[in-house]
Ligand binder design. Sequence first.
Ligand SMILES: *Cc1c(COP(=O)(O)O)cnc(C)c1O
Length: 468
Amino acid sequence: MPSPSPNPLSRIPAVDKVLVALAKVGGLPPLPQPLVTDLVRREIAAMRQRVQAGEGRVGDFEETVAFIKERIEALYRSRIHPVINGTGVCIHTNLGRSPLAPAVAEAVSQVGRHYNNLEFDLESGERGKRGGFLERCLALLCEAPAATITNNCAAALILILKHLAKGECNEVIISRGELVEIGGGFRVPEIMAVSGAKLVEVGATNKTSLEDYRRAITPRTGLILKVHRSNFYIEGFVGEPSAEELVALGAEHGLPVVEDLGSGAMVATELLAPIPHEPTAAEVLKRGVDLVCVSGDKLCGGPQAGIIAGRAEVVAGIKKEPFFRALRCDKLILAAMQETALAYLDAVATGERPDLPLLAMLAASVEDDLRPRGEALLARLGTSELFSVGLVPTIARCGGGTMPKAEIPSLALEIRPTQMKVPRLAGRLRDLPLPVVGYVEDDAFRLDLRTVFPEQDEALAAALLDVL
Ligand SMILES: *Cc1c(COP(=O)(O)O)cnc(C)c1O
């Protein structure tokens, strides 16, 4: 006769017993003890809850310890750390958007590790202006009278609205075709609400005329806002006034015109890769708009930031907003953006492509750059019964909600494992100390070489051989 099963709750081990057992098993990732203890407590509590709810069973002690060890390893993997991006999405929002240039990262390291002249005027020996040098560089880069920098482009837009649409004149006119949702579920109407501006929508989704804008102007209008459709496009029966027409309308009524440009191209994208032209801050300002704002870590290829450029007195006014203080960048971002801006300005003199990894990635040639690397990887991987591997043409993307229509011809390693399923291969590659992220297509695992740094090829080959 089987003995009656004991109360499963009584089989859930105590936290300290698990901790002792984990220490004995060894091989735990180097996480501080409080994190490990906290995780064990949470897992034991969750186990108790599952049992009480009648879901799940309690395994034996070794099983429980092994399960918790796995959870600790998963927690360790969840800390922010480098990964290899084989997705072919160059500005991958989930993978940290634009990678920084080594010189940019080095500047961050130097400024971060040492005291610096963040707010110190070395000439007078007195308190100085924060970010003055960078603002000069950004103004030059955007060919604007003035520029400044904030936490990100969403923050830049909020500041612009706070400054130009306030009090009695808080109405902001915007086309219904531009009420976009930008990354992370942040929607233009919600940004308006947060900033205290009152949204005045005009036109239709596909068509907005100059008259629509004109009719919406009241004594309470604060500004006319254009939002660049960076992450979607519309075509067919569409129409909108040009920036020049909006600027003329604004001038008639003494209203500022602002363009949220988002994607932040600083050079002619069509010269980098076989992709369309993306408007730059400089060219939009030339159309007469008062201000533009762009992201630092999209096509600009720098750190997360929002760049505001345009009329000097408006930029100065924005910097005086009390809210500016809450959204300002820290020294590390200022250092990173400074080096990024210098890379652009250096390139103006030489006429060469600015030395930034994102731009190099976009510009890489399939035949001259990617294929030789692909062939070398194939040679390194060799032949095996465990997998077949080849090179396939693919389409890479700009990503980051920029240029959704742009298709960049690219090249991928295509791997078909014979002894495991493709999702399992993908999962094991993500579990590596230097995780490898690819994608599954046509029942095979693909790694687009455009987004893998050439200096990562060896690590990638070693990872593949290890896992396969
Ligand atoms: C991406 C984007 C933003 C937001 O930029 P963040 O730097 O991510 O805050 C704002 N506006 C437009 C048009 C964008 O494309």
